[in-house]
Design a protein around this ligand. Structure first.
Ligand SMILES: NC(=O)c1ccc[n+]([C@@H]2O[C@H](COP(=O)([O-])OP(=O)(O)OC[C@H]3O[C@@H](n4cnc5c(N)ncnc54)[C@H](O)[C@@H]3O)[C@@H](O)[C@H]2O)c1
Ligand SMILES: Cc1cn([C@H]2C[C@H](O)[C@@H](COP(=O)(O)OP(=O)(O)O[C@H]3O[C@H](C)C(=O)[C@H](O)[C@H]3O)O2)c(=O)[nH]c1=O
Length: 340
């Protein structure tokens, strides 16, 4: 039987990190889970409140740039680092990119240095079972035209400061593998949706505005395309890569579910009309000035993870969006309690 693992999760109070902690606990009831989160505006302890009584769960309120995090490697025999913590919102990175460089680049390098120090043995090798999992994004590849998909060998061509900071972090993770053989994988996923996502992001924003009958801002011509994946499917993909991913490899993750932003908004309004208010109308959609440098289309070729590791998305979009809208309807106080 495999020994119980100890996981260091960064950013576990955010959207995907908190969903991952719930997913991991279901898969491994005995695993030790350490959640390091600085609780920025995007971190919310309510997302993981159900873990509070769990004796094998430990919350550490710290910044990933803090060098004293090294102490955690003395306190615990950490096996896997799942690195979610990041400044994650493109619009904020356009306003001011400093925090993106600090957290996404310098914070990642701090973690890589600590993992190398803690995990490397005197002969320069690493014990089996150690892994640094860098949770990255398809935005590092830039933007697609009308055809084609991002593969793992698509050249990096980030456009927003957010994407540039994630691409830079990915390159440091790769450099630690190439130079120090630090055991790692990088995953690059498309747009996620589901419970606990901050209202600054398109899908929760549309649900909130719809519930309040307020104008829904749609950037540019509304025809930019994203490839949407239900967050639990992303969590399952990450878990699969942790356990079966070949060291040093990059895996794209996506839902084969491309939609225009206009289509996404209409779908959500349709769910709200059926469940909450039959009078809601598309007239709430308000075209606003486009995002600067707005990537036109993302589309993921996920054949590598599907064929080599056997992962595929389990949640059809119609089902995922219905249960997501339902979750926000039932958790409106969660929406109101968010920090700006
Ligand atoms: N949201 C998406 O659609 C998507 C898609 C692909 C990849 N990703 C990547 O997944 C990861 C998680 O994204 P998300 O949408 O859950 O983000 P999020 O903004 O919801 O959560 C980020 C979390 O990181 C924490 N954090 C931020 N700076 C920190 C610091 N310096 N030290 C410690 N903690 C810090 C925040 O408090 C928060 O809990 C990110 O790395 C992001 O790049 C996101
Ligand atoms: C907030 C908002 C967004 N939009 C548009 C802009 C995008 O074309 C699309 C989705 O925007 P959002 O900011 O929700 O997500 P992306 O910019 O695609 O980035 C997201 O997906 C990737 C993979 C990550 O890696 C990011 O962390 C994550 O935030 O809707 C609007 O039209 N109006 C709005 O008010």
């Amino acid at each position: 039987m495999e020994a119980m693992k100890t996981y260091l999760i960064t950013g576990g109070a955010g959207f995907i990190g908190s969903n991952f902690i719930h997913y991991l606990r279901k898969q491994e009831p005995q695993a030790t889970i350490i959640n390091v989160d600085a609780l920025t505006y995007a971190g919310n302890l309510e997302n993981i409140a159900s873990m509070n009584e769990d004796p094998r769960y430990h919350f550490v309120h710290k910044d990933i740039c803090d060098p004293t995090l090294q102490q955690l490697f003395q306190l615990y025999e950490i096996d896997v680092i799942v690195h979610f913590a990041a400044e994650s919102h493109v619009d904020r990175s356009i306003e001011d990119s400093q925090a993106f460089v600090t957290t996404n680049v310098l914070g990642t390098v701090n973690l890589l240095r600590m993992a190398k120090e803690a995990w490397r043995t005197a002969d320069g090798r690493y014990a089996t079972g150690k892994k640094f999992l860098q949770v990255s994004t398809d935005e590092v590849y830039g933007s697609l035209g009308a055809t084609g998909l991002f593969t793992e060998t698509t050249p990096l061509d980030p456009h927003s400061p957010y994407a540039a900071s994630k691409a830079s972090a990915d390159l440091f993770v790769k450099a630690y593998y190439d130079t120090h053989q630090l055991p790692m994988n990088i995953t690059r996923c498309s747009n996620n949706y589901g419970p606990y996502q901050h209202v600054e992001k398109l899908i929760p924003l549309v649900i909130q505005k719809g519930l309040r009958k307020q104008a829904i801002p749609l950037y540019g011509d509304g025809l930019n395309i994203r490839d949407w994946l239900y967050v639990e499917d992303h969590c399952q993909a990450i878990y699969t890569v942790i356990h079966h991913g070949k060291l040093g490899e990059i895996y794209n993750i996506g839902g084969q579910n491309e939609r225009t932003n206009r289509e996404i908004i209409k779908t959500i309004l349709d769910v709200l009309q059926r469940n909450v208010d039959a009078t809601l109308s598309e007239s709430l959609i308000t075209y606003v000035t486009d995002r600067k440098g707005h990537d036109r289309r993302y589309g993921i070729d996920a054949r590598k993870i599907q064929q080599e590791l056997g992962w595929k998305p389990a949640t059809p979009f119609a089902k995922g969006i219905e249960q997501t809208v339902q979750w926000y309807i039932e958790n409106q106080t969660w929406l109101q309690n968010l920090k700006d």
